[in-house]
Design a protein around this ligand. Sequence first.
Ligand code: FMN
Length: 195
Amino acid sequence: MKKLSIIAALAMVSLFGTSACAQKKGENMNSLNDKKTLVAYFSWSGNTEAAAKYIAQQTHADLFVIEREAAYPTDYDPCTEEAKDEKERGDRPAIKGSVNNFDQYEVVFVCVPVWWYTAPMPVYTFLENYNFEGKTVIPFCTAYSGPSSTLKDIIKATPKSDHRDGICVVTKEMGGQGMDKKQGQIDKWLKEIGY
Ligand SMILES: Cc1cc2nc3c(=O)[nH]c(=O)nc-3n(C[C@H](O)[C@H](O)[C@H](O)COP(=O)(O)O)c2cc1C
């Protein structure tokens, strides 16, 4: 019941469209096919992970998992409560591991689930820990109802980067189930942004 009320509340304020405009209309885009690419992703239940792995496969990219050092609760309600507190405090929690030779990457996909209308706080730790200047950053999110400000927030957090338009894949499923049905949407988007 509590889960349903959280979701209903989120649905009311999350429907701000499904893409963030980082490109100018009619902009002549260079192909990204030959660029060294990293797909960095955060995923709690598996949806974003499944999408990120598919994006990495299609773009011949390396993968990096953004993981909070202290694991989140595995139950939904406690996880949402902890995530909400963390967001309200503006935390930048420590994350596990590090990207090997980050400088080599020209393009970085940042793939996240929407958590309380934006990206999970460990994603901002990641974005603030590395120098994205001169790289092309491409935001991507999965959500129950919509991106809210998530795609724009990733762009805002990487002000010295170029950007390509991101998308939000909306799904009512969790655990990565059904993400294979979204591959057509991802294929279409990748084509639009230069693949
Ligand atoms: C802590 C938490 C907060 C969430 N906040 C939102 C939200 O604000 N808007 C929304 O549409 N979905 C929200 N969701 C749903 C997730 O974005 C959605 O289920 C996503 O696909 C999960 O991705 P994952 O499987 O990679 O963790 C939230 C889920 C959790 C666990």
